[in-house]
Design a protein. Structure first.
Length: 547
């Protein structure tokens, strides 16, 4: 590149010809723009701007957050393309466009502008490459060095995708809860039918057999109703649950959404060069740049909530499998008891069918159980490790002993006594939304821990049921038959193992639950006063420990 565009620096004595040529050669070898290299070498910015204005005969502009193009104009452009082309329209009216460009004398640039904006007249302004890139990034609502995925609108789209996924998981959990209720209906119905059949086999078919009819009909209705409730949840069993969660980086990486035939795929980008230094200089960022980082933080928090919702859905499937196992144990236990209590007769087929149905249910229930067991510990670890992370408030306003020496004497939060409430305006609201999102994450971690605790209790209930059936059969029928005794012993041992496994899950989860501040027996009722702000409303607290 020739020194013609920058020879004003030599005329004014800012640089010598040799220095200028060396810097231009350095820019060519490094792939940077000469103006960027000169700025790094300490050349005043206004001198470079005057060089461009003198060379091209157009007024110059510097980067300013208020230098915004209409949104409809920005929608027609591509961020990465404009950063390479180094021109950007400030306005487009009829057949004329006001454009900021780095090289307005280039015919290719003018032709590109006319073709892209469909105009014939162009009013140029010149700007340095670094300023022009920031103007383009600011119009696309991204911080320096970030791709379009770092804008607040794409991040909001990602959060909406996460919200949709959480709603889907909540729907799955509702179906699974209905399925478990249906299995309870089935267990109740089979007990009604068994009692009715047992009376019929003991007392025969006399006139009092009419009394068994309500039991029989009630049992059939309950089983039919239970199956209706259970079948919809069966379709959820094979649906994939995405509970993976990437590691948040406080805005140095971005969650990106890309479309696919199966729905949006959300992935975390690589580390954005320069983003870490930008985040560390939080106090030097403009309000809009802070809000972009906070939007990225809220997206990371939404990803964690979605992951925890996935874990809760997985353990909900496991509880449904355990409920299925308990139903199967009830069927098999009744069938075994009836076979061993009565002689072989035409009722034997009914007894065998109970055993077969019970065994099938037990096998399917354990299939649900073992397929999901490996993910439970991961969910608890996720809740524990995320609680140990630095909070957004500590990141924005670090404690005194965590601040660097230069910030030791700085007030934190950085406000002066003379400042009025609401000084942060929309940035403060964005910070508050992020803090509230983090609180929702803490509550989501608590729900995940409590879901693990409930699943542990389900293990214990299932273990007690299996152990109780085995022990009851052994004590009632004795140990005369080696085969039946071994079966009873196996049931008792399996039940004890499930009970132990349940305690291994329930006890640690209960210990963690106690550490959260949201589980207490008091009740609060807000007393609204619409003449005051919400934060000033009173509360009536009802404590069961009060005198």
């Amino acid at each position: 590149m020739s020194v013609g565009k920058l020879e004003r620096l030599v005329r004014r004595g800012v640089l010598t010809s040799l220095q200028l040529q060396d810097y231009i050669d350095e820019a060519a070898s490094s792939g940077k723009y000469p103006e960027d290299v000169l700025l790094e070498k300490g050349v005043p910015k206004h001198e470079l701007l005057f060089c461009l204005a003198e060379r091209y005969g157009y007024p110059f502009v510097e980067y300013d957050e208020g230098l915004m193009a209409p949104y409809l104009v920005t929608m027609r452009l591509d961020l990465q393309r404009q950063k390479k082309a180094l021109w950007y329209p400030l306005s487009v009216e009829e057949d004329t466009a006001d454009v900021v460009a780095y090289a307005p004398e280039d015919p290719a640039v003018a032709e590109d502008i006319r073709r892209t904006l469909n105009v014939s007249s162009i009013n140029f302004r010149v700007a340095l490459p670094c300023d022009l890139v920031r103007i383009i990034e600011n119009n696309f609502d991204v911080n320096p060095y970030f791709s379009i995925a770092g804008g607040r609108t794409p991040l909001a789209h990602v959060r909406t995708s996460f919200a949709y996924r959480r709603s889907t998981y909540a729907y799955y959990r509702t179906l699974l809860a209905r399925g478990r209720t249906g299995l309870a209906f089935i267990r109740t119905g089979i007990s009604f039918i068994t009692i009715s059949v047992l009376f019929l086999r003991i007392f025969g078919t006399g006139w009092y057999a009419v009394l068994n009819v309500p039991l029989l009909i009630g049992g059939i209705v309950m089983i039919y109703d239970g199956v209706k409730w259970y079948l919809p949840c069966r379709s959820v069993a094979r649906k994939p649950i995405d509970y993976e969660c990437t590691e948040p980086t406080w805005g140095t990486t971005v969650l990106e959404s890309r479309p696919s035939s199966a729905g949006p795929v959300i992935e975390r980008s690589g580390a954005v060069p320069g983003a870490e230094e930008l985040r560390e200089g939080w106090d030097t960022l403009s309000p809009v740049m802070r809000r972009r980082f906070l939007a990225s933080d809220r997206t990371d928090l939404a990803e964690e909530r979605t992951s925890l919702a996935g874990y809760r859905t997985v353990v909900s499937k496991a509880r449904t499998g355990l409920a299925f196992t308990r139903t199967g144990v009830a069927f098999s236990g009744l069938g075994i008891g009836l076979i061993r209590s009565f002689q072989e007769s035409r009722w034997t087929a009914f007894d065998v069918s109970l055993i077969v149905a019970g065994v099938v249910m037990i096998l399917e229930g354990f299939h649900w159980y073992y397929r999901r067991r490996s993910t439970w510990l991961t969910g608890v670890k996720c809740a524990v490790t995320r609680n140990m992370r630095e909070s957004i408030w500590d990141l924005v306003f670090p404690l005194g002993h965590k601040r660097s020496d230069q910030k030791k004497d700085k007030l934190c939060p950085p406000v002066r006594p003379a400042d009025l409430p609401g000084i942060w305006a929309t940035t403060g609201v964005a910070l508050e939304r992020t803090v509230l999102a983090e609180r929702r994450n803490v509550m989501s971690r608590l729900r995940t821990v409590m879901a693990h605790s409930r699943t542990g209790m389900a293990f214990i209930r299932t273990g007690i049921g299996i152990c109780g059936v085995g022990a009851g059969l052994m004590f009632y029928f004795g140990t005369a038959s080696i085969g039946w005794t071994l079966l009873n012993a196996a049931m008792i041992l399996t039940g004890l193992l499930l009970i132990i496994d349940g305690f291994l899950w329930a006890v640690p989860a209960e210990k963690m639950r106690i550490q959260y501040p949201y589980c207490y027996g008091d009740m609060e009722i807000t007393i609204p006063d619409y003449g005051k702000p919400t934060r000033c409303w009173g509360k009536a607290v009802f404590n069961h420990d009060a005198d």
